[in-house]
Design a protein around this ligand. Structure first.
Ligand SMILES: [Zn+2]
Ligand SMILES: [Zn+2]
Length: 939
C-alpha cells in the first residue's frame, strides 16, 4: 500500500533528504568489475576557488541527465568529479587574504605560503562540490580528485620527464605575454584583447656617420609604446621604400640613450604604417623579436617583473612603465625630437584575471614542441599531428559539428605551448639547475646531484606548470596512469584504465575548447599510445582518444538574451533560484531549452511554470495513491510484477487504457531518440506534454469512470484500470527521473512504501520502445485523438453558448460520409467517456446536417447542443457574422498566396499541398457557417 504523501509539495525537504541519501549510500560508484558497457564522463573540474554559477548548473544538469539515462539503460555510467588547483586564481585568493593581515607571500616564503594555500583549500576548497552534492549529481564520489593529489602529481612528473626525454620539452627565451601584476607569463588564451583609444608618437632619430657624428639627416619612427625605445636595437624600413633608399647601410643615434643602432631592411615592415620606418625592440614585441632573429640583433630587456624600468633603462630606471612613458615624451619634446602625436586606436592585451595591461616581454620559459616529430612506437609523430589525425579520422566527434572545424583550424596553426608559470602554487617543474656546469637535470624524484657533473650544487626550478598541463592529463591520470599499481594511495588498478578509458563523452562549454579539450586530446592520445590493450595487443589510434565524443553546450544568458555579467548586475545565482523553486524545476528549465548550438535565455517565469509542473505531478501521485488505497480496502491490489517494466494493454482493454499505453510507448521512444542527439529540449518537452496533457488532463479524467469501488463493481475491470493507472504512472516517473530526480525518487519510494525493488529509481530500468506493443495499440491513438477532438469542440461550443460549468446538456453530432470522422462509428460505445469529459447527457449521432441549431463545425464533423435558455438569435447571428468574416479573410490570403507564381516557384511541394488543403477546409467551414446563418429564424 503506498505511503501517503504530504498534501503540499515542498521541494526543499525532499531534495535535502535525497541528496544526502544518494551520497551516503554511495549509489553511483562504479568499479572495473561491474557489468554493462562502460560510459564514462569526466566533470570539467571547476576551480577549487569556484562557486557554482549558471554555466556550471547547465553543464552539470546535462551531464547528470546523460549519466542517469545511460545508467538506467543498463550502461555502466561513471561520472568522475574533481576540482582544479587553479594556479593563478588560488594564489591570488590567498594573497588577498594575506594582504588583509598586512603580509605578503614573499615575507612568508615559498614553503610557508604553500602550506597556507593547502590550509585554505581544506577550509574553503570543497564548496563547489558540496553545492554539486546538494543538486543531486550522480557522480562517483569515491573517485573524487584534486589536481594536486599525490597520484595525479606523479602523472604530471612522469609526463614532463617523458616529454623531456623525447626531446619535446625545451627551455628558451621567448616573448611572452607578461602580467606585471600577477607577475607571471600568460598563455595567449589568458590574454583578452580590447580596442582602446591611444596615441601614436612620432620620434625623430638622427642619422650618424661611421664615426657617430650626426649627418644632418634624420628618420622619423612611429610607436604606440614610446618607453620601449630604451630597448631599441635597430630601425627597420622596407627594402623597396623609395623614401629611405638613400639611408640604406646607415645608422641612427637612439635619442635620450645615445646608442648607435643600424637601419635594417625587412619585407615585414609596412610602408603604410606611420612613416614607414619602425623602431625595433626585440625584447618587448613578438614581431620585433622575430625580426631581431633575422638580423642578429641584440635583445635588451628594459623592464623588471613589475613593469618598472630596470638598470638597462639608464636614468629612467626604477620608474613604472607609464611614468617613464610621460617623462620620455617630455624629454623628447624638450630635445626637439618629438615630431608629433596622433590619435590612434590600439588593440591592447589585458590579463584575463586581473585586467592589467599585458607587457610583451622576453623571458626564459619552458615549452612543449607540439609540432616536432619524434618516433612514437615506431611511427614518426608530433603531439599536434596526432591530435589532428584522431579528429580527421572521426575517432572523436563533435556536437555541434561546426566545432570540428574550429578545433582543426586552431590545431593546425598551433605554436609551441609555453607550460611554465612564475607562480608558487602548482606543480613545480621537476628540473634542477646546476650552479657548476649550468646544465639541467630532469627527474621524477629529487636528485642528489647534477646528472652531468655530479655537483651537489643544484637547485630546483622555481616555475610551476601551467594548470592546463595537469588537467590535460586527467583522462589518463584519473584512471591510474602511469603506475596502475594503486600507488601512492590512489587505489586505482590497471583494470580501471582498461575499463573506463577512452571515456564516452565530454560535455563542456566553448570557452575551454582550446584550454582544456585540445590539451586533453594532445596529451591523452600521446600518453595512452603505449599502454597496451587489455589483451596485450598494441593500442590502435581509435583507443588512444581521451573521449569519443565532445558535446559543446551553449551559454546561459538572461531573459533578454544578454550575457550575464557582474557589471550589468544581471547574474542569476543558481542556488538562490533553486531555493525558491526547487532543483527539479531549475533543472527542467535548463533542459527544456538546451539543444546543440543554441544559447539559453533563462527566464524565471519558465521555472515558475515547471515548479507548477512538479506540483501537478505531486497531485497526480496523491490521486493515484488515494485510489490504490481505496481499492485495497475492498481487496483489490495491483500485482507488483506489473510495475518496473514497460506498461502493457490488451486489445480488450478500454480505449483510454490502450491509448495511454500506446502514447507512453511513443513518448518513451521519442525521448530516447532525442537524448541520443543531445536534444534535451525535445526530450523534456515531450515528457512535459505527455505527463501534463495526455496523462493528467485526459487519462486521469477518464480513468475515474473505471475506478468503481462500490459493492456492485466489476472488480476485474477496476483492478485492470488500476493496474494500467499505476503502471503507466510508475513508468512515467522513471522516464522523467533523469530530468527531475528528486520528486520522482520521493514518489517512486512512496509507491513501494518502504520496500522498493531497488535502492533508487535511478537504478531501475529506463523505459524504452517495445515496437510490438506500440504497433498493436496504434489504432487506439487515432480513435482517441478523434474522440478528443469531439470533446474539445463540444467544450468550445458550451463556452460559446455560456452553458454553466456544472450543467449537463444533450448534444448531437453529424459527420457526412465523404469527409467522415472514423470515430463517429465509435461514439455510441464512448457515451460515458464523452458524457463525463464534455459534460453532455448524451451525444446523439444524426444523419442529416443541422438546420437552425446552435452548432460548431470542424471540417469533418459538426456538433450541436441543446441549451434552450441561451438561444439568442441576434447574438448567434453576430457570432456567425464574425466567424464568416474571419474565414473569408483566411480564404483571401490563401488565394493571394496560391496565386503568386513567385511563391509557387520557390515553396516546397508539401507546403503548397498543405496550403491547398487548408484552403479547401476553410471553404468548407465558410459554407457551413453561411448555411447556419441562413437557417436562423428570421426576426
Ligand atoms: Zn594579471
Ligand atoms: Zn652540473
Amino acid at each position: 500500500m503506498p505511503h501517503e504523501l504530504p498534501k503540499a509539495y515542498d521541494p526543499t525537504t525532499i531534495e535535502d533528504h535525497w541528496a544526502e541519501y544518494w551520497v551516503r549510500e554511495n549509489l553511483f560508484a562504479q568499479s572495473a568489475e561491474g557489468t554493462g558497457a562502460p560510459y564514462t564522463i569526466l566533470l570539467p573540474p571547476p576551480n577549487v576557488t569556484g562557486r557554482l554559477h549558471m554555466g556550471h548548473m547547465l553543464n552539470q544538469t546535462e551531464i547528470d541527465i546523460l549519466s542517469r539515462w545511460r545508467r538506467m539503460c543498463g550502461d555502466r555510467a561513471l561520472w568522475v568529479p574533481g576540482t582544479d588547483h587553479a594556479g593563478i586564481a588560488t594564489q591570488m585568493m590567498v594573497e588577498r587574504q594575506l594582504a588583509e593581515e598586512g603580509k605578503t607571500r614573499q615575507e612568508l616564503g615559498r614553503e610557508a605560503f604553500e602550506t597556507r594555500v593547502w590550509e585554505w583549500k581544506r577550509h574553503y576548497g570543497g564548496a563547489i562540490l558540496d553545492q554539486m552534492k546538494r543538486l543531486g549529481a550522480t557522480v562517483d564520489w569515491s573517485r573524487e580528485y584534486f589536481t594536486m593529489d599525490e597520484h595525479l602529481s606523479v602523472a604530471v612528473k612522469e609526463a614532463f620527464v617523458r616529454l623531456y626525454d623525447q626531446g619535446l620539452i625545451y627551455r628558451g627565451a621567448y616573448i611572452v605575454n607578461w602580467c606585471p601584476s600577477c607577475m607571471t607569463a600568460l598563455s595567449d588564451l589568458e590574454v583578452v584583447h580590447e580596442e582602446k583609444a591611444g596615441h601614436l608618437w612620432e620620434i625623430r632619430y638622427p642619422v650618424v656617420d661611421a664615426d657617430g657624428n650626426e649627418t644632418g639627416e634624420s628618420l622619423t619612427v612611429a610607436t604606440t609604446r614610446p618607453e620601449t625605445m630604451l630597448g631599441d636595437t635597430a630601425v627597420a624600413v622596407h627594402p623597396e621604400d623609395e623614401r629611405y633608399l638613400k639611408l640604406h647601410g646607415k645608422q641612427v643615434k637612439l635619442p635620450l640613450v645615445g646608442r648607435v643602432i643600424p637601419i635594417v631592411l625587412d619585407d615585414w615592415v609596412s610602408r603604410d604604417f606611420g612613416t614607414g620606418a619602425v623602431k625595433v625592440t626585440p625584447a618587448h614585441d613578438p614581431n620585433d623579436y622575430a625580426l631581431g632573429l633575422r638580423h642578429h640583433l641584440e635583445n635588451i630587456n628594459i623592464m623588471d617583473d613589475k613593469g618598472q624600468i630596470n638598470a638597462a633603462g639608464g636614468v629612467y630606471a626604477g620608474l613604472d612603465r607609464y611614468v617613464a612613458r610621460k617623462k620620455i615624451v617630455a624629454d623628447l619634446e624638450a630635445a626637439g625630437l618629438l615630431v608629433g602625436i596622433k590619435d590612434h586606436t590600439n588593440n591592447v592585451g589585458h590579463c584575463d584575471r586581473c585586467k592589467t595591461t599585458v607587457e610583451p616581454r622576453l623571458s626564459t620559459q619552458w615549452f612543449i614542441a607540439v609540432n616536432k616529430k619524434v618516433n612514437l612506437n615506431g611511427v614518426e609523430s608530433s603531439i599536434a599531428g596526432r591530435a589532428i589525425e584522431v579528429v580527421n579520422q572521426e575517432k572523436i566527434r563533435f556536437t555541434p559539428d561546426q566545432y570540428k572545424k574550429t578545433y582543426l583550424s586552431w590545431m593546425e596553426n598551433i605554436h609551441d605551448w609555453c607550460i611554465s608559470r612564475q607562480l608558487w602554487w602548482g606543480h613545480r617543474i621537476p628540473a634542477w639547475h646546476c650552479a657548476d656546469c649550468r646544465k639541467i637535470t630532469v627527474a621524477k624524484e629529487t636528485p642528489a646531484a647534477c646528472s652531468h657533473c655530479a655537483s651537489k650544487k643544484i637547485s630546483q626550478e622555481t616555475d610551476v606548470l601551467d594548470t592546463w598541463f595537469s588537467s590535460g592529463l586527467l583522462p589518463v591520470s584519473v584512471f591510474g596512469w602511469p603506475g596502475f599499481d594503486g600507488k601512492p594511495g590512489s587505489g586505482l588498478t590497471r583494470a580501471d584504465f582498461d575499463t573506463f578509458y577512452p571515456t564516452g563523452v565530454l560535455v563542456t562549454g566553448f570557452d575551454i575548447l582550446f584550454f582544456w579539450v585540445a590539451r586533453m586530446v594532445m596529451l591523452g592520445c600521446w600518453f595512452s599510445a603505449d599502454v597496451p590493450m587489455p589483451d596485450g595487443s598494441p593500442r590502435p589510434l581509435s583507443e588512444t582518444v581521451p573521449f569519443r565524443e565532445v558535446y559543446i553546450h551553449a551559454l546561459v544568458r538572461d531573459a533578454n538574451r544578454e550575457k550575464m555579467s557582474k557589471t550589468k548586475g544581471n547574474v542569476i545565482d543558481p542556488i538562490e533560484i533553486v531555493e525558491k523553486f526547487g532543483t527539479d524545476a531549475v533543472r527542467f528549465t535548463l533542459a527544456s531549452m538546451a539543444s546543440p548550438g543554441t544559447d539559453i535565455a533563462f527566464n524565471v517565469a519558465r521555472t515558475e511554470g515547471y515548479r507548477a509542473f512538479a506540483n501537478k505531478i505531486w497531485n497526480s501521485a496523491r490521486f493515484v495513491f488515494m485510489n490504490v488505497d481505496r481499492a485495497a480496502e475492498i481487496g483489490i491490489n495491483v500485482d507488483p510484477s506489473a510495475l518496473g517494466g514497460m506498461p502493457t494493454a490488451s486489445p480488450t482493454d478500454p480505449l483510454e487504457a490502450r491509448w495511454i499505453v500506446a502514447e507512453f510507448h511513443a513518448v518513451a521512444a521519442s525521448v530516447n531518440e532525442s537524448l541520443k542527439n543531445y536534444r534535451y529540449d525535445d526530450a523534456a518537452n515531450a515528457i512535459y506534454q505527455f505527463f501534463w496533457g495526455s496523462f493528467c488532463d485526459w487519462y486521469l479524467e477518464i480513468v475515474k469512470l473505471r475506478l468503481d469501488f462500490s459493492e456492485t463493481a466489476d472488480k476485474a475491470a477496476t483492478k485492470s484500470a488500476l493496474t494500467t493507472l499505476l503502471s503507466v504512472f510508475e513508468a512515467s516517473l522513471r522516464l522523467l527521473s533523469p530530468f527531475m530526480p528528486f520528486i520522482t525518487e520521493e514518489i517512486w519510494h512512496a509507491i513501494y512504501d518502504g520496500n522498493p525493488p531497488a535502492k533508487s529509481i535511478a537504478l531501475t530500468q529506463y523505459p524504452g520502445d517495445d515496437e510490438k506493443v506500440s504497433s498493436s495499440l496504434a489504432s487506439s491513438m487515432i480513435e482517441m485523438q478523434e474522440i478528443q477532438r469531439i470533446i474539445t469542440t463540444l467544450r468550445a461550443l458550451r463556452k460559446d453558448c455560456g452553458v454553466p460549468e456544472g450543467e449537463s446538456v444533450s448534444a448531437k453530432i453529424y459527420s457526412n460520409v465523404q469527409r467522415g470522422l472514423r470515430a463517429v462509428g465509435f461514439v455510441p460505445q464512448h457515451q460515458e467517456l464523452i458524457g463525463r469529459l464534455a459534460r453532455v447527457t448524451e451525444l446523439l449521432v444524426v444523419t442529416e446536417p443541422f438546420k437552425g441549431e446552435v452548432t460548431k463545425s470542424e471540417p469533418d464533423f459538426d456538433v450541436s447542443i441543446h441549451y434552450e435558455r441561451t438561444i439568442d438569435v441576434p447574438a448567434e447571428r453576430e457570432r456567425l457574422g464574425k466567424e464568416i468574416l474571419k474565414l473569408e479573410k483566411g480564404l483571401d490570403a490563401a488565394a493571394r498566396q496560391l496565386g503568386n507564381d513567385g511563391f509557387l516557384a520557390k515553396a516546397p511541394a508539401h507546403v503548397v499541398e498543405g496550403l491547398k488543403k487548408q484552403q479547401a477546409e476553410t471553404q468548407l467551414l465558410l459554407d457551413k457557417a453561411k448555411a447556419a446563418l441562413a437557417s436562423l429564424p428570421q426576426e
